[in-house]
Design a binder for this molecule. Structure first.
Ligand SMILES: CC(=O)SCCNC(=O)CCNC(=O)[C@H](O)C(C)(C)COP(=O)(O)OP(=O)(O)OC[C@H]1O[C@@H](n2cnc3c(N)ncnc32)[C@H](O)[C@@H]1OP(=O)(O)O
Ligand SMILES: O=C(O)CCC(=O)C(=O)O
Ligand SMILES: [Zn+2]
Length: 449
C-alpha cells in the first residue's frame, strides 16, 4: 500500500473489536451453550495434505520444510491510494521453527506416504523436525497404508474411506459391512503401535445416516481418538452440518473432526456451525487451498472465530503470524492473496465512503468487526474519490500539519471531488490539491497583511 508512513492524529487501536457493542435487547450476542465448542476448538492444518491436492501445488522437500520453518517472502498485494491512520506494526516472529507451528495449530496433516517415495521421505523428515504441533498423515483405510504411515514416525494416522453410495460403487467398491470390518482391524493395529488414530467417512453428507452412525459407533467403541465428518463435495449447509454433528455428538464419546469443502461457499460457516453443534476439530489449509476450490481457509476461520471467541483465539493462536504464513503459501503455489481475503486481502481494512470514514475516525468499532492490530495490521482511509467526505479530508489535513477552518476543508473537498469525477486519483494527486489550496489561502493572508 502506498500512503504516508508518518504517524497521524487519529484513533489509536481500541484493542479488540470483537466486543460486539451493547444493544439493550439482542438474542445474537451470546449463542454459546453447553454443547458448543466455539471456545475450545482445535485446528488440524492440512496445507501439506489437502493443500497438495490444489491444482498449482508442488511442494518439494525444501518448500515443505520452509513452510514448516519461518522464512521471509515477498509481499504480493497491489497498492491502492490510501492513507494510514495508525502506525504500521510489522509482524514479529520468535524462534519457533514452523509458521503453522508458531501460529499455534494443534496438528499438521501430511500427504499419504504411500503416494510416492518422496512423500514417504518428506513425512519422515517432518516428523523429525521437533515441531510443537502433532504430525498426522492421511491414508486410505487399509493395513498397508496404515503400516507405511506408522513407519514414518507420525503422532497420528488419519484413516479415510468413502461411505456414500457414489464412492462405495465408483471408488473402492466396498460395502458398509466390509468397511467396518477393515476399519476395526486397521484401528486395532494403529492403536497397538501407540499412535493416535482417526476414522473418517469421506462424503459423509451424502451417506446413509444409519450407515454412518453405525460405523462411527463401532469405531468409537474400538477406541479411536476422533471420528471425522467430511463434506467432500462442498454441498452441505450450516443447518445440515449442525443437525448431523449434533446427532453424532449424542452417539460417540470421542472427539469429532470436521472437513468442509468450499464448492458452494459455505466452508467457514459450516465449520462454525460444526463447532456450535459439538465438533472439536476443524480441518483448514492456508488460503483454503485444496482439491477443486479447496476447504475452510485458516485465515478466514480465524476471522470468524476471533469475533465469536476473542479470548480463546487471541490467547491460543499467534495471529500476527498469519500474514507471513499466507504469503509463504501464496508464493509457493504461485497465486496472489485474493483482494477480498478476510484479514489479509489488500482492502480488508480500507474504508472509503465518506460516511464510513467519518465514523471510523471517531471510533473504529463503528465499521470494523475485527481490529487489524490483532493481526499486526493497520487500517487505511481512502481519500481520493468522488465519495470522499470532508471529515476524511480534515483528518488528512491534520496529518499533513495544514491548518484550515471547516469551511476551507469543505471547499477543498469539493475540488477533490471535481477532479475525482474526471479521473481516478492517487494519494499524491489529492495531497497536491490540498497543498495548492492551502498555499492559496496563505498567499491571500500575506496579501491582506
Ligand atoms: C477426498 C479426499 O481428498 S481423500 C484423499 C485423497 N488423497 C489421495 O488420493 C492421496 C494421493 N493419492 C495417491 O497418491 C494415489 O491415489 C494412491 C497412492 C493413494 C493410490 O494410487 P493407485 O494405486 O495408482 O490407485 P488410483 O489412485 O488409481 O486409485 C485409487 C485406489 O485406491 C482405492 N481406494 C480409494 N479409496 C480408498 C479407501 N478409502 N480405502 C481403501 N482403498 C481405497 C481405489 O479403489 C483404487 O484402488 P484400485 O487400484 O484397486 O483401483
Ligand atoms: O479425511 C477426511 O476427513 C477428509 C478427506 C477429504 O479430503 C475429503 O473428504 O474431502
Ligand atoms: Zn478434502
Amino acid at each position: 500500500m502506498c500512503g504516508t508512513d508518518a504517524p497521524v492524529a487519529g484513533p489509536v487501536s481500541n484493542g479488540s473489536h470483537p466486543v460486539q457493542g451493547t444493544p439493550s435487547s439482542s438474542p445474537y450476542q451470546n449463542v454459546n451453550d453447553f454443547i458448543s465448542n466455539v471456545n475450545r476448538f482445535k485446528i488440524i492444518e492440512s496445507t501439506l495434505r489437502e493443500g497438495e491436492q490444489f491444482a498449482n501445488a508442488f511442494f518439494d522437500t525444501a518448500t515443505k520444510v520452509r513452510m514448516q520453518r519461518k522464512s521471509s517472502v515477498r509481499p504480493n498485494h497491489l497498492p491502492i491510494p490510501t492513507f494510514r491512520l495508525v502506525t504500521l506494526r510489522r509482524p514479529r516472529f520468535g524462534t519457533a521453527c514452523d509458521p503453522s507451528d508458531e501460529f499455534g495449530v494443534d496438528y499438521i496433516e501430511l500427504t499419504s506416504p504411500v503416494s510416492s517415495p518422496q512423500s514417504f521421505e518428506d513425512c519422515k523428515t517432518i516428523c523429525g523436525l521437533g515441531l510443537k504441533a502433532k504430525i498426522l498423515t492421511h491414508v486410505r483405510c487399509n493395513m498397508e497404508d496404515a503400516k507405511k504411515a506408522v513407519e514414518c514416525g507420525v503422532d497420528g494416522v488419519d484413516l479415510v474411506i468413502g461411505t456414500s453410495s457414489f464412492l462405495r460403487e465408483y471408488s473402492h467398491g466396498k460395502s458398509i459391512q466390509m468397511i467396518e470390518k477393515i476399519a476395526l482391524e486397521v484401528i486395532e493395529y494403529v492403536k497397538s503401535q501407540g499412535v493416535e488414530v482417526r476414522f473418517s467417512s469421506e462424503d459423509s453428507f451424502r451417506s446413509d445416516l444409519v450407515d454412518l452412525l453405525t460405523l462411527y459407533k463401532a469405531v468409537d467403541n474400538a477406541g479411536v481418538n476422533r471420528v471425522g465428518v467430511a463434506d467432500t463435495v462442498g454441498g452441505a449447509t450450516p443447518r445440515m452440518v449442525y443437525d448431523l454433528i449434533r446427532t453424532l455428538r449424542g452417539v460417540v464419546g470421542c472427539d469429532i473432526e470436521t472437513h468442509f469443502h468450499d464448492d458452494t461457499g459455505c466452508a467457514v460457516a459450516n465449520a462454525h456451525s460444526a463447532l456450535e453443534a459439538g465438533a472439536t476439530h476443524i480441518d483448514t489449509s492456508v488460503l483454503g487451498i485444496g482439491e477443486r476450490n479447496g476447504i475452510t481457509p485458516l485465515g478466514a476461520l480465524m476471522a470468524r472465530m476471533v469475533v465469536t471467541a476473542p479470548q480463546y483465539v487471541t490467547k491460543k493462536y499467534n495471529l500476527k503470524v498469519l500474514k507471513e504464513v499466507e504469503e509463504l503459501v501464496a508464493s509457493a503455489v504461485q497465486v496472489n492473496i485474493p483482494f477480498n481475503n478476510p484479514i489479509t486481502g489488500f482492502c480488508a481494512f480500507t474504508h472509503k465512503a465518506g460516511i464510513h470514514a467519518k465514523a471510523i475516525l471517531a471510533n473504529p468499532s463503528t465499521y470494523e468487526i475485527i481490529d487489524p492490530a490483532l493481526f499486526g495490521l493497520t487500517r487505511y482511509i481512502s481519500i481520493n474519490s468522488r465519495i470522499t467526505g470532508w471529515n476524511a479530508i480534515r483528518a488528512r489535513c491534520d496529518q499533513l500539519g495544514l491548518t484550515m477552518t471547516d469551511d476551507q476543508v469543505k471547499e477543498v473537498t469539493a475540488k477533490i471531488k471535481q477532479m475525482a469525477d474526471i479521473r481516478p486519483l492517487a494519494i499524491d494527486d489529492t495531497d497536491s490539491i490540498i497543498h495548492s489550496y492551502h498555499m492559496g489561502l496563505q498567499k491571500n493572508v500575506e496579501q491582506k497583511a
